[in-house]
Design a protein around this ligand. Structure first.
Ligand SMILES: [Zn+2]
Length: 399
C-alpha cells in the first residue's frame, strides 16, 4: 500500500506538482528560512563592518595612550579580565616609554550572530633589530548595545585561595599543575609566612597568545602583583613551566608581603634566589636546597664585570638593565639571606608593608619604591654604606 501511494504521488508530482498540504508547508517554511537567512546575512555583514569601525577606535585609543577610552571597550562584568586589560594597556605605554615602537591592528573580525563574535588582534613590537608580531583572538559580545571584548574561553578550578584558569586543550594536565602550585604555595607559606588571600593563575597554550595578552614580545610566564599569574603550557605540562612557576609565585608572595614596595632588583633577586633553591624531594614535594645557590652564584660571578654597590641600582628598567636586575639582584638577596637568615629578610618586608601601594603607571614608581627599600634595608641591616661594602667585599673575595 505504502509503496503504491508513493508511486502515485511521484507520477502526479511529475505532471502537476505533488501538492500534499505537508509538502507545501515544508516548501513555504523553506522559503522563509532562505529569506530570513538572506536578511540575516546582510544584517550580519552590516553589523560586522560597524563593529570593525568601532574597534578601530579602540585601537586609536591604544595608539594615543588613552587608557580610559580603551577600557570602555572591555567587558567589565569579567572583573579579572578587566583588571588584566588595564595592566595590558599600561604595559604597552611603559614599553613605548622604554623605546619600543608598538602598533596594534585588527587581523580579523567575525560575527556568529548580531551579538556574538570574535576579534583577532595583531600586536607588533619593534626595538633595534627585534621586530615581533603576536596575535590573539578574543570573543566579543554586544552588551546593552555596545560591543565588548572578553577573555579567552578559560575553564576554572577553585582550590582554597587558588583559582586556576586553563584552556580546554590542557584539561588533562590541569589537576597535576594545580597540585604543584599548591605544594609551592605551601612551601613559601611555611618559609616566609605568606598567606595568600587569592591567587589567580592562567594557563595559555600558545606563546603568541600569552605574549599578546601581556604587552611583552616573548613571554613564557609573568606575575602581575595582586592580579594574576600567567604561564605558557606548550603541548603538555613540562619541567620548564614548573621552573617558571617556582619563580613567578615568589613575585606574587613578595608583592603581598611588602605591599609591592619592591624595586625590580629586589623582586627578581628574591624570585631567582628562591626558585634556584627549590628542588623536589623523593616524594615529589618541593623543598629548599641552598646547595643549589652556590652553582648559580659562581655562574653569575664569572659573568659579572663589576659588583655594583646597591646605590647604583636606582631606576632600572627591564628593557635596558636586565643584567643588573637579575644578576645583582640575586647576589644582594643571596648575601642578605645567607649572612642574616630568612627571618630578618621577612622583617624587612614588614617595614615595606606599612607603605601604600604605588600605582604601577606612576612614572616615578621605581624611584619611590627604591627609596623605600633603601630605608627598610637600613632599618633592618644597618647603614647602606656598610651593607653595600659588606656585600661587595663578600663577593669580590669569591670572584
Ligand atoms: Zn621574575
Amino acid at each position: 500500500m505504502l509503496k503504491r501511494a508513493i508511486a502515485v504521488c511521484v507520477i502526479i508530482g511529475l505532471l502537476a506538482g505533488c501538492s500534499s498540504p505537508n509538502t507545501e508547508k515544508e516548501k513555504d517554511t523553506g522559503n522563509k528560512v532562505d529569506e530570513v537567512e538572506k536578511v540575516d546575512k546582510e544584517a550580519l555583514e552590516k553589523e560586522q563592518n560597524g563593529a570593525r569601525n568601532y574597534f578601530e577606535e579602540m585601537l586609536t585609543a591604544v595608539e594615543n595612550n588613552d587608557k580610559t577610552k580603551f577600557m570602555s571597550y572591555q567587558d567589565e562584568s569579567n572583573e579579572l579580565f578587566y583588571k588584566e586589560q588595564e595592566v595590558w594597556v599600561k604595559e604597552l605605554i611603559q614599553r613605548k616609554n622604554e623605546g619600543w615602537e608598538i602598533s596594534v591592528g585588527i587581523n580579523n573580525i567575525t560575527l556568529e550572530s548580531l551579538d556574538h563574535g570574535s576579534l583577532e588582534l595583531k600586536i607588533n613590537m619593534k626595538l633595534n633589530d627585534e621586530d615581533i608580531s603576536n596575535h590573539i583572538t578574543y570573543p566579543i559580545n554586544k552588551i546593552d548595545g555596545k560591543w565588548k571584548v572578553n577573555d579567552l574561553a578559560f575553564k576554572k578550578i577553585v582550590d582554597g585561595p587558588i583559582n586556576l584558569y586553563y584552556l580546554p586543550f590542557i584539561e588533562n594536565d590541569a589537576e597535576v599543575i594545580l597540585a604543584d602550585i599548591k605544594d609551592l604555595v605551601n612551601l613559601y607559606t611555611e618559609t616566609f609566612g605568606w598567606e595568600p588571600e587569592e591567587l589567580n593563575i592562567k594557563l595559555y597554550t600558545s606563546l603568541e597568545e600569552i605574549s599578546a595578552s601581556t604587552g611583552w614580545p616573548h613571554l613564557y610566564g609573568v606575575a602581575v602583583p595582586f592580579i594574576s599569574l600567567k604561564f605558557l603550557v606548550q603541548g603538555s605540562y613540562s619541567e620548564s613551566t614548573y621552573s617558571l612557576m617556582k619563580h613567578e609565585i615568589v613575585h606574587m608572595m613578595f608583592s603581598d608581603l611588602a605591599n609591592d614596595n619592591t624595586p625590580t632588583f629586589l623582586q627578581e633577586g628574591l624570585a631567582t634566589f628562591v626558585s634556584t633553591a627549590v628542588t623536589k624531594d623523593n616524594s615529589g614535594k618541593p623543598q629548599l636546597d641552598f646547595s643549589k645557590i652556590a652553582e648559580r652564584e659562581s655562574i653569575i660571578l664569572e659573568n659579572m664585570e663589576e659588583i655594583k654597590p646597591i646605590d647604583n641600582l636606582k631606576d632600572l628598567n627591564y628593557t635596558d638593565d636586565d643584567v643588573d636586575i637579575y644578576g645583582m639582584g640575586f647576589l644582594i638577596t643571596d648575601y642578605l639571606i645567607q649572612t642574616n637568615g630568612i627571618e630578618k629578610y621577612v622583617d624587612m618586608t614588614k617595614i615595606l608593608k606599612k607603605d601604600e601601594v604605588v600605582d604601577s603607571d606612576n612614572p616615578d614608581r621605581e624611584k619611590i619604591v627604591f627609596e623605600r627599600a633603601i630605608q627598610a634595608l637600613e632599618e633592618t641591616y644597618g647603614s647602606l654604606e656598610e651593607l653595600s661594602s659588606g656585600y661587595v667585599d663578600y663577593f669580590n673575595n669569591k670572584q
